[in-house]
Design a protein around this ligand. Structure first.
Ligand SMILES: C[S@@+](CC[C@H](N)C(=O)[O-])C[C@H]1O[C@@H](n2cnc3c(N)ncnc32)[C@H](O)[C@@H]1O
Length: 207
């Protein structure tokens, strides 16, 4: 619970390694697992910015900064992103894994969206459902605390705010979504968003 799952770390690692974002912004540092994963995937020329509001995160982030000069920790809420945080550079990759709240994510989106590169990739964590057959005792306990989050008799929406946020983006912007969800394992789930566009191509026919 808390950090991204190892399989999800693999996916995010591969996406970062393949696309090599020059500026990556992460909302939700926690103990730094996902930030360290991005830093391992990226060259020192890529700047990784992470935001959190917990004192534990502030302390742990200092240690990560010692090892990675290209890491920048911002001790403030995700909604307080300003372009000067990233030296007014375009943001190529955003990872959202912090408040898990629709309204906070919407405010964050309004703050970040003007700074996004045209082909920016947005990864939103916790958009999947937990399938009952894979529950451990902790999932039983958590699902009993918020019984209204059952989508049906088998699927539990552990972070409904992230699901609402993704639906809001798809309904109100030009972004399209690809969901990395699973029913065969206990998966928190990731959604990848990117502006819908046609690839530019030459008009001359190539023979
Ligand atoms: C699920 S944890 C992040 C896990 C981390 N991404 C990882 O995979 O290792 C969520 C974090 O978001 C932070 N958080 C909650 N509300 C926030 C807000 N409004 N702004 C920034 N961080 C917030 C919490 O303090 C917590 O550390």
């Amino acid at each position: 619970m808390g950090p991204i799952q190892q399989s999800e770390a693999l996916l995010l690692f591969a996406m970062a390694r393949v696309t090599q974002p020059q500026v990556l912004v992460e909302f939700g540092f926690n103990q730094g697992d996902s930030a360290a994963n991005f830093l391992r995937a990226l060259p020192p020329s890529s700047a990784v910015h992470s935001y959190d509001i917990s004192e534990m995160s502030r302390t742990l982030a200092l240690k990560l900064k010692d090892r990675h000069p290209n890491f920048h920790y911002h001790h403030k809420s995700q909604i307080d992103f300003v372009p000067t945080d990233v030296a007014d550079r375009s943001v190529n990759f955003v990872f959202i894994d912090a408040a898990h709240d629709l309204h906070i994510n919407q405010a964050t989106w309004r703050a970040v969206e003007p700074a996004l590169a045209a082909d920016a990739i947005i990864a939103v964590h916790d958009t999947g459902t937990w399938h009952r057959q894979h529950f451990l005792p902790i999932h039983e306990t958590m699902s009993k605390e918020n019984p209204e989050r059952w989508l049906n008799s088998n699927e539990y929406q552990h972070q409904i705010g992230e699901r609402q946020f993704v639906n809001w983006i798809v309904a109100s912007t030009n972004f399209v979504a690809l969901h990395f969800h699973a029913s065969s394992v206990l998966r928190h789930g990731l959604t990848i968003l990117q502006n819908k566009c046609l690839l530019p191509i030459t008009t001359n026919e190539v023979r």
